[in-house]
Write a protein that binds this ligand. Sequence first.
Ligand code: ATP
Length: 467
Amino acid sequence: MEKSSQKSVMETIVSLAKRRGFVFPGSEIYGGLAGVYDFGPRGVELLNNLKRVWWDANVSMRENWYGLDSGMFKNPRTWEASGHTSGFSDPLAECKKCNTRIRVDKVLEAIGVTADEKMSEEEINTLFDAHRAEIACKKCGEHNFSAVRKFNLLVKSNLGDFTSDEAEPVYLPGEASQGIYLDYKNIVDSMHPKIPFGVAQIGKAFRNEISPRNFLFRTREFEQADTQLFIKPNENKEAYESLKKERMEWYLALGIREENLRFKQHENLVFYAKDAWDIEYKYPWGFDELEGIHDRSDYDLTQHQKFSGVDLRYVDPKTGEKYTPWILETSMGLGRLFLAVLTDAYYEDTVNNETRVVLKLSPKIAPVKAMVSPLLKNKPALVDKARKIYEELKKDIPQIMWDDNGNIGKRYRRQDEIGTPFCITIDFDTLGEKPEMENTVTLRHRDSGEQERVHANELASKIRAVI
Ligand code: ATP
């Protein structure tokens, strides 16, 4: 089995994603909008499956974990308390010849120089000046850039009285997790959880990224799946280690290959953080961040207490002890997960002497679980029987698809490209041409291309066994 060459993998995946209805460029008929993508009919099924398995593992199948879906618009003070209005920025410079913008920390990183997030504008300018000669504009090749300035990533919007000059701007969420801090007290008062307890949320985030790139990896609108574990002060070490372990195991259970995943510890911690690690995936351009796991001390709740004036301390129901909980956070970008899953599942191999493209997605997340089709579409008896089997299965199992376009070989190849684990074909034997074969169908397995003859009554249990 051959993995396609790394160089062309990205282009191949972007093209497959569009051709097969997974991901479309946003606003394409108007020439697109940089850093925005739409999930098409297959993509939204895959995305929903990813969210569901994440939600199951982090909420439904856990004790003392609670789900949340907070409003995207928040009181603007939220983003002051969190530090986003003042400190949520990336260093930007512009090519003086063609105006292309570069994100200076990433460009420096590419030549092996680390720009610390805490650096002032002056410090980063000095660092950039020292390396200017090594950095060329990727569009025109010039080395002539403007001074570096810090560019705030929050996306401003209008809400309510937006015609008044005095109206405060509202912001689209820069990250999903703030909603969890704002509702922390409501969750404690309504659910009475005992510490340690966790809250999970999937939510949209918007960032004015300086240079969106690498398809779904760095976009301006994306979704994050976040968890916050509330713990007693100083009881962070062991809980943090098990959180890291659980998150890595979750990716492996999703079928992502171990050699394509790794941990990376942050070298420069923000002042309040006790520890920070990323889980990285080996994207076509190399290992890069997929999820952040952060030991954040009591920073978030302390800030929101200070800015809101509301007491957010936890009262131990047994001892009456009062304290501001510490927080361990996990934050995963769903777009980055989607891209990792597609990349990891993409194969070009040979089955029955024919080369094919196949997505070996875990059946749990495959957007179509099984495709049902009649061997020939111009034989009414075959079509009727196939429709009956399709309709029965569809009642029982979601994401079953009907396909009678083109010949059977073409249908199989189409399903391989969208990662469908099973293809079910109804032929003359199903109708009872040979009495002992009546009601049996051909079940084709995606990964091996092998076919077996099974009774139609067994289909649902065979499919359910792997999803
Ligand atoms: P980066 O250093 O790559 O900009 P970050 O450290 O700012 O990422 P966080 O703020 O920790 O990212 O966000 C948590 C997660 O959200 C990331 O691990 C990533 O999966 C996802 N994410 C962040 N920015 C983007 C983006 N622009 N597009 C898609 N996903 C993103």
